[in-house]
Structures are given as structure tokens and as C-alpha cells.
Design a protein around this ligand. Sequence first.
Ligand code: SF4
Length: 380
Amino acid sequence: MARAFTIPSFYRSPIVSSLKRSRAEEDPRKKDLSPTIIEHPGVRFKLARHFGFCFGVENAIETAFRALEENPGKRIFLLSEMIHNPAVNRDLEERGVRFLMTTDGTPIVPLSEITNDDIVIIPAFGTTVSMLEKLEGIRTYDATCPFVEKVWTRARQLGTQGYTIIIHGKHYHEETKATFSRAALAGPSVIVRDRSEAERLAKYIKGEGGNFFEEFKGKYSKMFDPTKDLKKIGVVNQTTMLAHETIEIAEYFKELVSSLGYEFADTRDTLCYATEENQSAVHEMVKQGGDLAIVVGGYNSSNTTHLAKICSKYLPTYHIKDDSEIISSSEIRHLKGQNVEVTLGWLPANKPVEVLISAGASSPDSLVDSVIQRVAEIVT
Ligand code: SF4
């Protein structure tokens, strides 16, 4: 999959992209996960070895720009956000691309208004089977990431082998919706968000009863029967979940199911390479210590949220969408839980202050550059 994409140069950056290039040249097999150090008066930056645009995101951006170039004068729509980065989506909107739906599926432009003369771009997360049916006859540019398609293939295989497919993911996320729609065609399917939801599902595997249909409302396939559909199970996951959580959930189900004499499909997780690389690099970066971490990415970006969660276990962490969130050396606006809040006194006075930096798979290098420059500017 080592393919170079043509993406606009303004997404690249003088600092970060060239550092990434030199690290890649020195270590093409990606064995060294140690962070890259940038020294600046008053501040030492430690940049995670891997972060930012992944294969699927670059593919999606290249596809969107190709759609624009090949169809001058036509109306071009994106099903929903191209990727979960507001700067990238805003940029596409400024070029005339319009969104059909919000990320939660609320229509912005009714599908009935789309004509055969229009173009629709399917984003990196893919879309559901029913949406594809609705788009029949409309010219589409499909930017679905091949790593997402791999999960669909795995889910279909499990279903055709008679397994119930448990999807570890966020039921409201576009990718999980797309995976669920395919899994449900292949076999009984149910979505679990995290370990605690996995434990709730375990009650039904053990036959302890409860109201499955209430507890898993909106997360199971039609005709799901918890009394018979949980005796032969397999797990796939949203590509951007927390690696350790996914492994823990699969192990949990495996042990439980084996102890009951039921069947478990023993397969590797379906996390994508970018999720694994970025999370491993963040683990290595936090091991090296620092005063605080900044993680750059959209507030609805699942993979960015997970990177911030890893960092926050070790040091004060600020998940920011871009440099404009760094209000001053004493105030920063960032995602905290479900809300965007301002924290005071975020930057310690010691010099050099050590700032760890990472970014989600949908964050352009140019945004990370601006964050580094903003911190450097306020420290000195
Ligand atoms: S994060 Fe992974 S699955 Fe998602 S677009 Fe990037 S490479 Fe594809």
C-alpha cells in the first residue's frame, strides 16, 4: 500500500512534513518509535514518530480534488464530512463542495434534490448499503478507505460461516454504521461501544436474561434473538478504536464463550495500520516524559480522541482542533469529555517547557506546524 497521493501542497508543511520525510528516510522499516525532538528557546517539543494524514485520508482528499477537477460546473456533494477535520471540510466547502448530511445522518440537502447530473463523493468511512441503493444512477466518486473495506470483508466472512458479528465501535459513527449495514446482511450483528457494554452483552451470552432489546436499542440487526444468536460469535472493530480496549474485549468474549462451550472466531483485530502506528508512537512518546501533551484533531475524530485519552493517563493533555484554540500562555480551549472548555494556567513556567505533540489521522501537517509555531511564539 506504499502509494504517494497527490494532495494540495497547503496541507503539507515546512516543519512537520520535512521532519517526517527525514525520519522515514532514516528508518524506512519504522522500527524506531522514539519521538522527534525540536529544540526552541524556552520549549522542547517531542513529536510522536507517527501522526497525521493516513493512507485513507490522503486517498479521500485526492479523490475529492479529482472529482472537482474532472467536473467543472457540476454540483458536487459529499455524503457527509469527508474526514473528521473541520479545516479540511471547510476548505472543500469553499471550493463549492456541499454536504448532503451532517455526521449524525441529519439531511442538509434532501436526496430527492440530487439529479443524474450531480456528483456525490463517498467519504473515507464508506457508507451504508441502503445509502448506496439510494444513490443508484448517480455518478459517485468512492473514497472509502481500503482498510475499512477489509473490515466489511471480515464481517461478511464471519456471517457466512455462521458466526454472529459483534462490532466493537461507536454505533453513531459513520464507519460503524457502514460496517453494521454489511454485517447485518451476512448474519446476526450487534454493536458494543466498550468493555462495560461488552459485559452487559455477556449477561445474554450467559443466559442471565434482562431486556436485551431495550439495552441494545439501535445496536442489533433485525430478527436478532439473544437466546440463540450468541452461541457462536466473532468480533470485528471500527478501525480507529483503542487497540488495548479492542484486544481486551475480544479476549473477554473468547474466554467467556470458551468456558460455556460455545464457539469463538479467533482472529486478529481489524484496527487499521494508522491507528496501530499512531497509538504505539504515542505510548512511546509519553514514556519519554514531558510537562504536557497537545493532540491536534477534529473534536468528532475518534482516532484523535483515543490518542488524547492515552496521553491523558500520563500528563495534562489538551485536544485542540487547531492553533486558534491556544488563546494565550494562560488560556487554552480544548475538548474535555464531551465539551469544549477553556483551561487556565495550562502552560507551566519552567524552561524549557516540554511539550509532547501528536495529531489524528485526519489532521494536516500544516495544522500541526501552526500549533508548534503558536506555542513557540507564546513561550518566548
Ligand atoms: S484511520 Fe485507518 S481506516 Fe481510517 S481512513 Fe485512515 S487508514 Fe483508513
